[in-house]
Design a protein around this ligand. Structure first.
Ligand code: SF4
Ligand code: SF4
Length: 386
C-alpha cells in the first residue's frame, strides 16, 4: 500500500469457500453494480488530490465476474486519471478464469491470495479441496500474466507447524505474508482459531530469524515491513499508521466504511457514495468520530511507548470491533508488536555497537563485512526495494 489514499472495493461479501476462522463473508450478499462503480468515480473526482490505490476485496471479489472487471477497471482508471489509480486484489482464486485474468492483467493488478501452508495443514483449517482449487486458479492467473503472492494465516493450530509452513513457502519460491487469525465476530466461539498475542509475538521473532537464515532466497513481507518501520521511524502498512481518513472501504451497495474489516456491520456505515459525502461529512459520521476518538486515545495510552511513531496503536478494528464499538484498549496485538519492535531495535543496537568504527561510516558498509546478515541487512534491502 504505497499510495497515501487507499480505497477498498468490496464487490460482494459472498464467498464459495468456508474457512473455519473467516470473519468477513456473508451468504446471499448482493454484487456491486457498475452504476455504483460510476458513483465511486463521481464521488472521488473532487474528494482529494492524493494518488489512489484500489483493492478489490471480499468476501470473494471474483464472484463479480469478468464483465464487472472489464467495465469497472477502465471506468476507475480513465475517470480518475488525475489520481493515477493503481489496483490490487485479494482473492482465493477459485473463480479465476482466463477472461478475468486477462482483464486484470491489462491493468497490472497484483493478486494476493491465501494459502496456509502444505495441503494438509491448509485444508484442515480452510476446508477440503481448498488447496487444489486455489492452485488451479494460481496456474490460470500466472499463465495469463498476473503476479500472485500468498497470505498465510497462522491460527493457534497451524502455528504448531510453523517450521513446516516456512519450508513450504521456501521450497515453492513463494513470498510469505503472515496474517494472524483474528477472533471471528460471526462465530459462536470467536477465539477458537485466533492466534493469541504472545504466540503471535513469538512467531514474528521466529520469522525474523527465518528471514535471516534464508536471506537472499526467501522474502517474508511482514519482517521487511517491520524493519522498514524501525529504520524510517514511520509505518508503511496500514496497521502501523493512522489509517482513518486515508483508507475507506465501499460495500456492494455503495455504503462507505472506515475499512474492509467493518463492511457488513451497519453501525460502521459512514455514508454512501451516491450522496458524494465530503471528507468533513465522513469525519462527522458516527464511525468517523469513533476513529478520531481512537486516535486521541492512542496518543494518550501509547504516549510513553518508544514505538508509537511507527506503530500508532496498531489496528483500530482489532481494538474497537470486539468490544462492540467501545474504546477499552489499543489493539490487543500490542504485546506482539512490542516484542518484535524491541527485538529488531535491540539487534540493531547490538549490530551498530559490534561494527568497527571504520565500518559505521555508511549504512551499507555497516553490514557489508558481517559474516551473517543481520537486521541492518534486512533494513537496507527493505528500504531499497520499497
Ligand atoms: S482498520 Fe486495521 S486493517 Fe483496516 S485499514 Fe486500519 S489498520 Fe488496516
Ligand atoms: S507497541 Fe503497543 S503501546 Fe506501543 S504504540 Fe504499539 S500498540 Fe501502542
Amino acid at each position: 500500500m504505497k499510495n497515501a489514499f487507499h480505497i477498498m472495493l468490496i464487490p460482494t461479501l459472498g464467498c464459495p469457500s468456508k474457512c473455519s476462522y473467516c470473519w468477513s463473508s456473508e451468504e446471499g450478499s448482493p454484487v456491486m453494480s457498475i452504476e455504483t462503480v460510476q458513483e465511486v468515480v463521481s464521488w472521488l473526482k473532487n474528494l482529494n488530490e492524493d494518488r489512489v490505490t484500489f483493492t478489490f476485496h471480499g468476501g470473494e471479489p471474483l464472484l463479480a465476474g469478468a464483465d464487472f472487471y472489464r467495465n469497472a477497471l477502465p471506468l476507475l482508471s480513465n475517470g480518475l486519471k488525475h489520481l493515477k489509480p493503481e489496483f490490487a486484489m485479494q482473492t482465493n482464486l477459485w473463480k479465476m478464469t482466463p477472461e478475468i485474468a486477462r482483464a486484470l492483467a491489462e491493468y497490472h493488478v497484483p493478486i494476493g491470495s491465501s494459502i496456509d501452508g502444505p495441503e494438509d495443514i491448509n485444508d484442515s483449517q480452510r476446508g477440503d479441496g481448498y488447496f487444489r482449487k486455489t492452485m488451479d486458479g494460481y496456474r490460470i492467473a500466472t499463465e495469463n500474466g498476473l503476479t500472485v503472492r500468498f497470505i498465510c494465516t497462522f491460527t493457534c493450530e497451524s502455528v504448531k507447524s510453523r517450521e513446516e509452513i516456512v519450508d513450504f513457502f521456501h521450497k515453492n519460491g513463494f513470498v510469505l505474508k503472515l496474517h494472524p487469525a483474528l477472533p471471528s465476530l460471526r462465530s459462536e466461539n470467536p477465539k477458537q482459531w485466533a492466534l493469541d498475542p504472545e504466540t503471535y509475538g513469538d512467531l514474528l521473532v521466529f520469522l525474523l530469524d527465518k528471514s535471516l537464515e534464508h536471506f537472499g532466497d526467501m522474502e517474508i513481507m511482514n519482517i521487511n515491513d517491520l524493519c522498514r518501520c524501525v529504520f524510517t521511524r514511520h509505518g508503511s502498512v496500514c496497521t502501523y499508521v493512522d489509517c482513518m481518513g486515508s483508507t475507506f472501504a465501499i460495500g456492494p451497495d455503495g455504503s462507505i466504511y472506515p475499512c474492509y474489516r467493518f463492511v457488513g456491520m451497519p453501525e460502521y456505515v459512514m455514508g454512501n457514495v451516491r450522496d458524494h459525502p465530503t471528507p468533513e461529512e465522513l469525519a462527522q459520521s458516527g464511525p468517523g468520530k469513533l476513529m478520531a476518538r481512537y486516535k486521541e486515545y492512542v496518543d494518550r495510552e501509547c504516549g510513553k511507548c518508544s514505538h508509537i511513531r511507527y506503530c500508532r496503536g496498531g489496528c483500530p478494528y482489532n481494538a474497537i470491533a470486539p468490544t462492540g464499538g467501545e474504546i477499552k484498549g489499543v489493539d490487543p496485538h500490542c504485546i506482539a508488536y512490542k516484542r518484535i519492535f524491541d527485538e529488531i531495535s535491540e539487534r540493531l543496537d547490538r549490530e551498530m555497537f559490534e561494527s568497527p568504527p571504520m565500518e559505521m561510516t555508511g549504512f551499507q558498509q555497516g553490514h557489508g563485512k558481517r559474516k551473517k546478515p543481520g537486521v541492518m541487512a534486512l533494513m537496507h534491502r527493505s528500504v531499497s526495494d520499497y
